[in-house]
Ligand binder design. Sequence first.
Ligand SMILES: N[C@@H](CCC[C@H](N)C(=O)O)C(=O)O
Length: 290
Amino acid sequence: MQFSKGHGTENDFVVLPDLDVELDLTTERVSTLCDRRSGLGADGLLRVARAGALKQAGVLDTLPSGVGADDWFMDYRNADGSVAEMCGNGVRVFAHFLRASGLELADEFVVGSRAGARPVVVHRVAGATADVTVDMGRVRDLGTSTATVAGTEFTGLGIDVGNPHLACVSDTLTAETLAALDLTEAPVFDTAFFGSGVNVEILTAISDGAVDMRVFERGVGETRSCGTGTVAAAAAALRAEDRTEGEVRVRVPGGEVTVTITDGKATLRGPSVLVAAGSIDDVWWAALGG
Ligand SMILES: N[C@@H](CCC[C@H](N)C(=O)O)C(=O)O
């Protein structure tokens, strides 16, 4: 079984090409593979297949809005084995993998996700790195809520980018005090407001067109970046300035991406790096079972 390993601003993924949809991605298999001691280690897993093949195999009940049977589909799993609707950094790595492997020859194509179609533009592939823009679709405002992080309560904006986020902009945080925040424990959030869990972003206000952000991801823990989270962060930071549109550079522990919001829709531009490829032991994988 072949794999690749890649990351987008150090949000890292195991990429599993499975064009005939033969793999049974049980919770145990995904979580063991993503574990940094028992497996390869990653924040998430990206299965590569066509949308129609996933539907035929029963992985998808229906094709999400705007996704055709022949479109590529990013079947995304969090490190704990749970399924999530979307992954912004994952789509960049997924698109890069398709171009680098020769599975896709065009620079512009659609990547399907459970949140719907996510068209991509691969601007450049140079060796192990690529520069990719993802059309992230609509950014929906869910209203205000709070999260408590290490005993401090932050107020934020609930935002749906296909998956749920609570983006908390703090006027008093600097890049340095943000970096010092203890994010080892999961933030406490309103479970009635976010019935399916939430990804929590803490960020500074906009300064010189940029914010600094950290994130605690649903199904993973603190990661060094979250693409959908950067879109939510940009939307909340613009809102804090009474703006609904604009371009925001979002600095995360793993690097920097650019989010542009126009007309209630967002694009995300940033890097992808493919660091390794190899094979997973079939006997080990089979023994993990269901
Ligand atoms: N890292 C991702 C988001 C992955 C899904 C998230 N943990 C969730 O459960 O919604 C990104 O880059 O967007």
